[in-house]
Write a protein that binds this ligand. Sequence first.
Ligand code: PEP
Ligand code: MN
Length: 301
Amino acid sequence: MKIAGKFTTDDLPQVCPLLSRKTNPRYGSDHRRVVEVAGVRFGTGLPVVIAGPCAVEGWEQTIELARIAKASGADMLRGAAFVPQTSPHRFQGLGLEGLKILRAAGNETSLPVVTEVIDVRLVELVAQYADMLQIGSRNMHNYPLLVEVGRTQKPVLLKRGMSATLCEWLGAAEYIAKEGNLEIVLCERGIRAYPGGEYSRFALDLNVIPAARAETFLPVIVDPSHATGVAAMVEQASRGALGFGCDGLMIEITSNRVDALRPQCDADQAVDPATLRRIIRFANSREEQDAGKVHVFGWAG
Ligand code: PEP
Ligand code: MN
C-alpha cells in the first residue's frame, strides 16, 4: 500500500531528479560533484575541515579561534551571526556586526567563511559577507528559504533536519538545485533517536553517509559537535565519520582565552586546539583516502 506523502529512497528519482544518481547517468555510480568554496574543494576524496565558534560573540573570540583554526590546518571558518536558539530569551547573535567580524577574521586568516542564514529576508545580506550559506537543521524544511538561497548561486551547506529522512533531506537539496544552484554540500548533524538527551545530544547517523553518497553525487560532511553535544566524544565521532567515507567535518572549537570570555553558545561541545589538531592530522593522514569513490552498496547503477 502506498501512503500519501510517505517517501523512501525508491522515490528519489521522482522527488529529486536533479540530484539523484539514478536520473543523472553522467555521474554513474561513483562520480562525485566537486563543490568549490573560494578555493576550498569538497568531494575530491580529501576531507575538508571547517572549524570555529558556535556563534560569533565578539572580535577577540572570533579572531583567536580563526587563528587556531588556521594554525591547526582547518580549511574554513564557521560562526553564527544569527543564532537559531530554542529559547527566545537566549543570545540571538550579533547580526550584521557578527557578519562583519566573521568576514574580517576570515580575511585575516585567509579562510573562507560559512555562516547560517535563518530568514528569507536576510539571504541577500548574509550572502554579501559569507562564502557559503548554511541552512541549519531547524530550517531544512523551510522551502521558501531554500528557494532563496538557490537563487543566490552561492555554495550552500545544507544540514539535515533533526528528524528528516534521507529522502526529505535530498528533497530539500532539490529545492536549491531547482533554482539552478548545484553548489550544495550536505551535512549530517545527528538525528533524534533513542540516545538523544540521555548521554549525547543527538544520535550521529553514520549509516547515512554511504547511503547519501550512493544516492546522490553531492559531497556529504559531518558535524560531530551538534551530533554529540559532548566535547569528549567529538574526536571519536570524527574518526567514525571519516571511516564511513564523509567528505569533511564541521567542528566547534574553543580555547582557554575564549573560555575566560564566557561564551554563551554550546560551550560543552567545543573542543580545544590540541583536539582539533589531532582530528585534522587523522583526517589528512588516513592511509586509505577514498579518492572520491563511493563504497557502493544497494544501488548498482
Ligand atoms: C550550527 O551549526 O550552528 C547549528 C545551529 O547546528 P544545527 O542547525 O545542526 O543545529
Ligand atoms: Mn552550536
